[in-house]
Design a protein around this ligand. Structure first.
Ligand code: ATP
Ligand code: MG
Length: 255
C-alpha cells in the first residue's frame, strides 16, 4: 500500500535549485535510506515532504493528504538532523520521551508508563533520570528515537539517526529498525551516510544529489556508474569482495 507519493517536485532556495524533478513512492512497511553527498538535498527533501519547505512545483501526498494536512494526523514521526543541546538543557531522559506524548489525551501515569516502555525499547531504561545533556551523542539519539516512537507514528523520518552511534551499536541500531518494521509494520525514511551498512538493512536506496539519480534495491545501487552519478567522478569504489558489492566489505572512498 502506497503511503507516500512524491511527484516531480523541485525546490529552489535563494535562487538556487536544490532539488529538481524528484519522483518516488514509499509503500507501507518499507525502510528507505536517502544517501548522497553533503549538501545534496537530503534534509531539504525530508523538510519538503513534511511541509516545512514549499516546492516550486510538483505534488506530495502523504496518507493521501497534502503535507500540511498529513502532519496534523499524528501518524508522522520526525527526528531532525542532530543539533547540539545546551549544557543546561533541563530535561531528564524520561522527560524528553514524555515530550513525544505532549498532545496525547491520556493520564500522566499512563504517559510515564509508556515513556518507560519506549526507553526500554531503545535499551536506555537505566538512564531515565539522567540529564539528557549528560548523555553521549549516541545515547541522546536513542532517547530521541524513543521520543519519536512513543507517539505511535505510522511513518518515521529520521535524519542521520546513526550519527554518533559507534559501530557495534550501529549494527544493533539497524537491527532495531528491522524490529520496528516487523513488530509495528513501521515505515522508515532515513537519511544515512553509512552507505556500506544500509545496503544490508534497507528495502530501497534513494541516491540524491539535486536529482534523484537512483531509486531502487540496494544491490543495483552499488554500481560504479550509479555511485559516480551521485557522488561525482572522484569517487573510488573499494570493493573487497568482487562477487558481493553490497556486502559488508564495501565502502566508498574519495580520492
Ligand atoms: N535555509 C536555507 N537557506 C539557504 N540555503 C539552504 C537552506 N537549506 C538548505 N540550503 C542549501 O541547500 C543545499 C542542500 O542542503 P541540505 O541540508 O538539504 O543537504 P543535505 O544533503 O542534508 O546535506 P548533509 O549531508 O550535509 O546533511 C545546500 O547547498 C544548502 O546550503
Ligand atoms: Mg542533512
Amino acid at each position: 500500500m502506497k503511503i507516500l507519493t512524491v511527484e516531480n517536485i523541485s525546490v529552489i532556495i535563494n535562487d538556487r535549485t536544490i532539488l529538481e524533478n524528484i519522483t518516488f513512492t514509499v509503500n507501507k512497511g518499507e525502510i528507505i535510506a536517502i544517501v548522497g553527498p553533503n549538501g545534496g538535498g537530503k534534509t531539504t527533501l525530508i523538510k519538503t515532504i513534511l511541509g516545512f519547505i514549499k516546492p516550486i512545483k510538483g505534488n506530495i501526498l502523504l496518507f493521501g493528504k497534502s503535507p500540511e494536512e498529513a502532519v496534523k494526523t499524528g501518524k508522522i514521526g520526525y527526528l531532525p538532523q542532530k543539533s547540539s543541546v545546551p549544557k543546561d538543557f533541563p530535561f531528564s531522559a524520561l522527560d524528553v520521551v514524555l515530550l513525544g506524548l505532549i498532545n496525547k489525551k491520556i493520564s500522566k501515569e499512563e504517559k510515564i508508563q509508556k515513556a518507560r516502555e519506549y526507553l526500554r525499547y531503545v535499551n536506555m531504561e537505566s538512564f531515565e533520570n539522567k540529564p539528557y545533556s549528560s548523555l553521549s551523542g549516541g545515547q541522546q539519539q536513542r532517547v530521541s528515537i524513543a521520543r519519536v516512537l512513543v507517539a505511535d507514528p505510522e511513518i518515521i523520518f529520521l535524519d542521520e539517526p546513526s550519527t554518533g552511534i559507534d559501530v557495534v551499536a550501529q549494527e544493533s541500531f539497524y537491527d532495531f529498525l528491522r524490529r520496528l518494521k516487523e513488530e509495528k509494520n513501521m515505515t522508515v525514511v532515513m537519511v544515512s551516510h553509512d552507505v556500506g551498512v544500509v545496503g544490508r538493512f534497507v528495502d530501497k536506496v534513494a541516491g540524491l544529489n539535486r536529482y534523484l539519480h537512483f531509486y531502487g534495491h540496494p544491490k543495483e545501487f552499488f554500481k560504479k556508474e550509479t555511485l559516480q552519478n551521485i557522488y561525482g567522478s572522484e569517487v573510488e569504489l573499494i570493493v573487497h569482495s568482487p562477487e558481493c558489492v553490497a556486502c559488508e566489505h564495501f565502502h566508498i572512498e574519495f580520492k
